[in-house]
Design a protein around this ligand. Structure first.
Ligand code: PA5
Length: 444
């Protein structure tokens, strides 16, 4: 179960209710596909529309990868890998890749193509050289430079290990149904492919084959994950904001933004949720940051970052709001043992567990930041399990779509990301970019 607690958000119930008509209009834009970016709202119904056959194929490919691979390399950037990584890290052992094969029973998972670092790829090759591995290369456009470079390099390593023909049987491509270099290459080489639906953009694609295949390889039950999303789809279908916590969250962040709270910080108290913050940042940043508008999404891991960013949040510029993910039952805990000498003075904690202490860190921080004029919204998860996590992913996707409409932007495009690409291509002398290259070199 997911609960929204806005008692420390500095937003009153009446203010949220006053968004009723505004939210209703955003709701209909999304559901009737009549709003901006309406070609990209396929994610709203995908969890109930995905065929049983497709899910079975994802599961059977994941079983093959588990049976013949010590490692899976997930090649993709932005929406093509963050959702899978967020889910796998949230729901797996904290030291997943370091466990023995007997403890883990599923392949190690590595990520590539999400940066342009030669050192990173070089080091990854060192790790992979001694392992049987497979690749899931994911790119909707099929032309993104970062994953394309990583794929070209790691494909060569696979071919060196297994020969050209056998290497092909270890490559799985997730891409567009008909266009793009990756689609053409996959058709030519005969890779097993999965389709990213035309009407689902990268950052809304975690619950499609983009996320589902790597998640299944890690041993997480993708049917349960989708059940969570389906439950969210039903629960957050209610157009009435008074009865819909997803829409309340969307409205609260817009109310606070209009009061000058232009940065929203996603907070977690569990290290395994670090990548949830990364995924959430991309989802909201790319969806809302446009037309010179938008809340800047940031993320912190507490209590770690209470010893770094905590100072700024408590005492720096007052343009911040926080959204805290609070997990009520983490499943595992540690007691704090008694020590006769008590030289470290910790015996006052020994009737408590680490989760008890973490809870008090949360309460103490909540009150301190609230007193420091930082509104806090709490998203409470009853447990951190597969179902709840699937529900949470959908909760944020829907809140983001609605919030973008409340802000008056198209939450489903990302025109701004083209600017760096054009410049990079021109500076690299990519054919077709010669003129721009000359102009830019003069500016450098
Ligand atoms: O959300 C988005 O659309 C982007 O972040 C993309 O996922 C990212 O740029 C990768 O694109 P592609 O999947 O086409 O390689």
């Amino acid at each position: 179960m997911i609960k929204l607690n806005y008692s420390k958000s500095m937003v009153k119930e009446e203010e949220i209710s006053s968004f009723k008509e505004f939210v209703k209009s955003a709701h209909y834009k999304l559901h009737l596909k009549s709003g901006l970016g309406n070609d990209y709202v396929g994610w709203v119904d995908y969890p109930i529309e995905v065929s049983k056959k497709e899910l079975e194929r994802i599961k059977s490919v994941s079983e093959k990868i588990v049976s013949d691979s010590d490692a899976l390399v997930v090649i993709g950037i932005g929406g093509s890998y963050l959702g899978a990584r967020a889910t796998i890290e949230a729901l797996s052992h904290s030291f997943y890749n370091s466990l023995s094969n007997d403890q883990r029973k599923t392949p190690e998972i590595y990520y590539a193509g999400n940066n342009i670092s030669g050192k990173y790829l070089h080091d990854l090759i060192d790790v992979l050289e001694t392992k049987n591995f497979s690749i899931n290369v994911i790119s909707k456009s099929g032309t993104t430079t970062e994953p394309a470079i990583a794929f070209r390099t790691l494909k060569k390593l696979l071919e060196k290990k297994y020969g050209k023909e056998n290497a092909k049987k270890r490559i799985y491509a997730t891409t567009d149904s008909s266009k793009g270099a990756l689609k053409n290459l996959s058709d030519k080489e005969g890779y097993e492919t999965f389709v990213i639906p035309d009407d689902v953009g990268g950052r809304y694609s975690v619950l499609t084959p983009v996320g589902l295949l790597p998640i299944a390889v890690s041993g997480i039950d993708i049917t349960k994950l989708l059940e969570g999303a389906i439950s969210a789809r039903e629960e957050y279908m209610n157009e009435n904001i008074d009865e819909n916590i997803c829409y309340q969250y969307a409205a609260i962040r817009n109310i606070l933004y209009n009061r000058g709270k232009s940065t929203e910080i996603m907070v977690n108290y569990e290290p395994s949720l670090h990548y949830l913050g990364e995924w959430w940042k991309q989802l909201f940043g790319e969806s809302e940051g446009k037309d010179n508008k938008g809340i800047f999404p940031a993320a912190v891991d507490f209590s770690t970052d209470l010893h770094s960013m905590g100072q700024y949040i408590q005492d720096g510029r007052r343009n911040l709001m926080e959204t805290v993910i609070k997990v009520n039952d983490t499943g595992l805990d540690m007691s704090i043992s008694e020590d006769e000498a008590n030289l470290d003075g910790l015996n006052y904690l020994c009737s408590k567990t680490m989760n008890d202490v973490n809870e008090k860190a949360f309460e103490g921080t909540l009150l301190a930041h609230y007193d420091g004029n930082v509104p806090n919204v709490i998203i409470e998860l009853e447990k951190l399990d597969v179902f709840t996590f699937g529900k949470l992913l959908y909760f944020f996707e829907k809140a983001c779509g609605i919030s973008g409409y409340l802000l008056g932007v198209n939450p489903f495009n990302q025109p701004g990301v083209e600017a760096y690409k054009k410049n990079m291509f021109a500076l690299l002398n990519k054919p077709g970019y010669e003129e721009l290259g000359e102009i830019l070199r003069k500016k450098l």
